[in-house]
Design a protein around this ligand. Structure first.
Ligand SMILES: CC(=O)N[C@H]1[C@@H](OP(=O)(O)OP(=O)(O)OC[C@H]2O[C@@H](n3ccc(=O)[nH]c3=O)[C@H](O)[C@@H]2O)O[C@H](CO)[C@@H](O)[C@@H]1O[C@H](C)C(=O)N[C@@H](C)C(=O)N[C@H](CCC(=O)O)C(=O)O
Length: 471
């Protein structure tokens, strides 16, 4: 593609790729120079041009010599739009999911439900880029714009027609997915998270809601978990913009959840839709797994899926990696679950999901991450001791912070909790000491494969460790 095709100018130079990191620039690259949290991409413009960049997208007012200067007040958005032109075509149906919790489960479940309906589907999110055949991790929930758009284009080339992706607040703020037409967008819930980046809840919600105010196509559908206190604002916004609405939940109108009966290994759901009543057994436990399943069903219906078939297919959903995943049954008979819950709200929800299934004690092992929102640590401690019967506070990615100080912050809220810094030892204590009627929850890492200490990522998988401890 000639540069002129992107700029509407006359440049003959051939565009070979896009980069936001000057170290990835090759001859023919369009370089996006943005100010970040740690560095300023503008400082690397000259290096990028030396490496062969033929155009630079940046804010106005800079001096750029030796390459076409594409100046824009919103350079990230402009860069993404140009990159989208370069990488297109994309799958016809692309849906985005935002919300503090549930995004990963929803993209996974939506992909599964589409596949059951016969579509060639894929998902992009915390677990990576996933197709029917493989999963490739990218590191972030919403990958950077170049990784994201190039992967989406690659999926389209493989024949993927339906894509579900996670739109994190960071991703939305940084225009990582701009340029891709979003045909449906879902909102799951909002609770405290990422305040280190966004500053306050209002800014965090504004970042999330951009999915509905700007990113969702005007002819697209908003899918809303209607039971969340913030859902009214999303619904109002969708109405103002003239988007079609699919609301789900006990307060939902499209898929109304009128009954939920937890059983040992799943839950029976009764759903009213289009004037009919459906019953289905969801093979996953916990109220929020039901919520995620309904949001996913809502997305499938929003993109043309048959209501009755989609509800029936909920019975065939597979558990999502690290999301209330049963890792092992301890020698005593106690099931051990691994979950990604790393916010107060998610921790409370995971405990609440498991509690009705425990005849004895609910034992929780968890910690809080270093170099991240410190305000949530004490609250997580409070939530754990309030709702679980035995709490073990351990380490969870201390990063560059002193692990003991992080535990101390958590323990401020967790009166009566035990402290076992070594995560393997903490899991071992819980698994070995659990009684036959007890349930163990290991929270925080979920699918993650490492313990980040300093700048090192030490291999660590909660599921594997739980199995080793139970052996
Ligand atoms: C806070 C945040 O979102 N950071 C992301 C951001 O980094 P940044 O703004 O700090 O970038 P920077 O290092 O200051 O550099 C600024 C610019 O200069 C460029 N640069 C920098 C150095 C250099 O030598 N050459 C160069 O060109 C960089 O590529 C960048 O474009 O842009 C980088 C490039 O895309 C990302 O890798 C980085 O993610 C970091 C690693 C990260 O940990 N992000 C997390 C917080 C994140 O995004 N999480 C969300 C939410 C997950 C959830 O919902 O729980 C996610 O979507 O994963």
């Amino acid at each position: 593609m000639k540069l002129a095709a992107l700029t509407d100018g006359t440049e003959e130079a051939q565009v070979t790729g896009f980069a936001i990191d000057h170290r990835k620039v090759a001859p023919g690259t369009v370089f996006g120079a943005f100010e970040g949290a740690r560095a300023n991409g503008e400082d690397f413009i000259e290096d990028a041009i030396r490496s062969g960049a033929i155009a630079v997208v940046a804010r106005p007012g800079l001096t750029v010599e030796g390459a076409t200067y594409i100046a824009d007040d919103n350079p990230r958005e402009r860069f993404a739009q140009l990159a989208a032109k370069f990488f297109a075509p994309f799958p016809d149906t692309s849906v985005a999911i935002t919300g503090t919790n549930g995004k990963t489960s929803c993209v996974e479940m939506t992909r599964q439900l589409w596949r059951m309906a016969g579509f060639h589907a894929a998902s992009i999110g915390t677990l990576g880029v996933t197709t029917a055949d493989e999963r490739v991790t990218t590191g972030l929930t919403t990958p950077d714009v170049v990784t994201f758009l190039s992967n989406v284009a690659g999926l389209a080339r493989e024949g993927v027609t339906h894509l579900a992706f996670e739109a994190s607040s960071h991703g939305l703020t940084q225009y990582r997915t701009e340029g891709l037409k979003v045909t449906a967008a879902a909102f799951t819930n909002l609770s405290r998270d990422h305040l280190d980046y966004h500053g306050d809840m209002a800014a965090y919600f504004t970042a999330k809601i951009r999915l509905f105010s700007e990113v969702l196509s005007t002819d697209g559908t908003a899918v809303v978990w209607a039971d969340d206190p913030q859902s009214a604002r999303v619904i109002d916004l969708a109405r103002e913009r003239g988007n079609r609405l699919v609301t789900v939940g006990t307060q939902g109108e499209t898929l109304r959840l009128v009954g939920r009966d937890p059983t040992l290994l799943g839950q029976g759901l009764t759903i009213e839709a289009e004037g009919r009543t459906y019953t289905v057994t969801l093979p996953l436990i916990g109220a929020y797994q039901a919520a995620n399943a309904l949001v996913s069903a809502g997305l499938v219906i929003a993109t043309g899926g048959d209501v009755a078939a989609t509800i029936a297919n909920l019975a065939r959903l597979q558990p999502v990696r690290g999301r209330l995943e049963r890792a092992v049954i301890a020698k005593s008979g106690a099931p051990v679950y691994v979950d990604y819950a790393h916010t107060p709200d998610a921790l409370e929800a995971a405990i609440a999901a498991l509690k009705p299934h425990a005849g004895g004690k609910l034992i929780v092992v968890f910690g809080a991450g270093g170099d991240r929102d410190t305000g949530k640590r004490e609250t997580m401690g409070q939530v754990a001791v309030q709702h679980a019967d035995r709490v073990i506070v351990t380490d969870d990615n201390p990063r560059t912070e002193d692990a003991r100080a992080i535990r101390c912050d958590v323990l401020k809220g967790a009166r009566g909790a035990e402290e076992i810094g070594d995560r393997r030892a903490a899991i071992g204590a819980a698994v070995r000491e659990a009684g036959p009627e007890d349930i163990v929850l290991i929270a925080g890492k979920g699918h993650e494969q490492g313990q980040i200490v300093g700048d090192l990522v030490l291999p660590f998988d909660d599921v594997t460790v739980a199995r080793e401890c139970a052996a």
